[in-house]
Design a protein around this ligand. Structure first.
Ligand SMILES: Cc1ncc(COP(=O)(O)O)c(C=O)c1O
Length: 485
């Protein structure tokens, strides 16, 4: 019986494929078993299909098909350059989805749970979303062409070249009024929010209204900066500015383009109301435009900041468009808030900025048109995924409703008419190896008012690789069907 030990330099597959029919299935099973037994650990590079076929006496097509099947199941991934490797997170077999025991030979897992199909919101398939080739071209161009001064201590607001490039890009793509002098580069939205809560807190703006529901990390960041966080209610038209006066808010943090997590867009009358509140009270609106570039049914709605640049801080990030690991974001500040923010970052935080090389690479990436091309391609992919997910859900479970506009990287699945609770469905999903978020963890004020929040899942569609995606949707549908109602 042919046995493969050494089809690539340091990989010992140690698998057997019995002669006879069903060789592809046998190979698939042998690979699954090797992965489960941790003989093939996360990230292990597999032999080329040609090499393995030769070792095992199989046709190359058989190996190609087996690799493709295991990719779609989440066991394997394709690496840039076309090689095949064991998926990093590693598949979670259904029966062990809740198991906390780790095999002794397993590499330490990244923080947080790992799922065979990760449909948690806000995550990207970085094998596709991070444009390595174009980024490398930009890094190379910067290293070849940037003056030495580009790598010196610099302006505490960030590289001027990047602020100029962002000024043009944000005006064109998001309708932001962005004087480069009033842009401050930061390490993503979380860092920008931390800067703002501390800097504005020092100017006496200590009551912060944050959308309820919202991303749980954000009220936490604000509270730790010592400000008082109050819940800003959200309904089908977005945040409700009429609540701000009663809440005694000095600052309102909102996601106007695509409310996180409900997915609604802030309606025009609400935008006007929010700006009227800010003008009348000298309040500040913080606009978190985390996924504003992704709208699928129409042109993206322009940023609120364009209507009131003296009262709105516009905040953007590369976390949803390129890669969260870049840690590059930006604040566009009203003139009067510039000094407190820059001063805080320079003194209290020691001048925290993304590295100059990364800032200059992003400048080049924007200016040579790579960002626009990249966004066009991601938009097309995410729109397809959203359509497929929504269609599969409406076919399989017509009593569930997906809410929110066709935008961003997630949908909210409202369970209200189904009699299901979000916990039960999330557990059923985990048993299928599917990770989802529940709406319940996004409230920061409802529990205080003791109103029973609605039951919903927050489902991201941008993380699975293209071959995994349909299987991920099918597994989610199975979970919804099997969840005890
Ligand atoms: C609502 C919202 N805002 C902003 C961000 C981006 O945060 P950061 O730039 O810190 O990665 C996220 C990321 O998940 C988000 O969900």
């Amino acid at each position: 019986m042919p046995r493969s030990w050494t089809s690539s330099p340091d990989v010992h597959l140690g698998i057997d494929v019995a002669p006879g029919r069903g060789k592809r299935r046998a190979l698939e099973q042998a690979l699954r078993d090797a992965i489960h037994a941790a003989r093939l650990g996360p990230g292990t590079l597999l032999p080329s299909s040609r090499g393995l076929a030769a070792d095992l006496g199989l046709s190359r097509g058989t190996v190609v098909e087996a690799y493709a099947q295991l990719q779609s199941e989440g066991y394997l991934v394709t690496r840039p350059g076309g090689s095949t490797a064991v998926a990093e997170a590693g598949p979670v077999p259904a029966e062990s989805a809740h198991s906390t025991q780790r095999r002794a030979t397993e590499a330490p897992a990244p923080p947080g749970p790992s799922y065979r199909f990760d449909l948690r919101p806000g995550l990207l398939d970085l094998s596709r979303a991070f444009p390595r080739r174009q980024w490398m071209a930009s890094v190379r161009s910067v290293l070849n062409q940037a003056p030495d001064a580009g790598f010196d201590y610099g302006d505490p607001r960030g590289r001027p070249e990047l602020r100029r490039a962002l000024s043009r890009y944000l005006a064109r793509a998001r309708g932001v009024v962005a004087d480069p002098e009033q842009i401050v580069i930061c390490l993503g939205f979380a860092h920008g929010l931390s800067l703002l809560t501390q800097a504005l807190g020092r100017t006496g703006r200590t009551t912060w209204a944050m959308e309820d529901p919202c991303l749980p990390a954000h009220p936490e960041i604000a509270r730790r900066a010592g400000v008082d966080v109050v819940p800003l209610p959200v309904d089908g038209s977005g945040a409700r500015p009429s609540a701000l006066a009663k809440l005694g808010a000095d600052v309102a943090v909102v996601t106007p383009a695509h409310q996180y997590p409900t997915g609604v867009t802030l309606q025009p009358e609400r935008r006007a109301e929010l700006l009227a509140w800010a003008r009348a009270t000298d309040g500040v609106v913080v606009e978190d435009d985390y996924d504003g570039e992704f709208r699928y049914d129409r042109q993206p709605v322009g940023a609120l900041q364009g209507l009131g640049p003296d009262h709105v801080v516009y905040a953007g990030t590369t976390s949803k468009t390129i890669a969260p690991g870049l840690r590059i974001g930006w604040l566009v500040l009203p003139a009067r808030l510039l000094d407190p923010v820059v001063d805080l970052n320079r003194t209290a935080l020691g001048g925290a900025l993304p590295p100059a090389l990364e800032q200059l690479a992003l400048t080049d990436f924007i200016e040579r048109g790579s960002l626009d091309r990249h966004l066009r391609s991601l938009r097309a992919e995410f729109r397809r995924r959203r359509d497929r997910l929504v269609a599969a859900l409406s076919k399989a479970a017509p009593d569930l409703h997906t809410t929110g506009v066709a935008a961003g990287l997630h949908v909210l699945i409202d369970l209200a008419d189904s009699g299901l609770t979000e916990r039960v469905v999330a557990d059923a999903a985990a048993a299928e190896g599917v990770g989802v978020a529940v709406l319940g963890t996004h409230w920061h004020g409802r529990t205080r008012t003791r109103r029973r929040p609605s039951q919903a899942l927050v489902v991201g569609y941008a993380r699975p690789t293209p071959p995994q995606f349909d299987n991920a949707v099918r597994a989610l549908v199975r979970a919804l069907r099997s969840a005890p109602g």
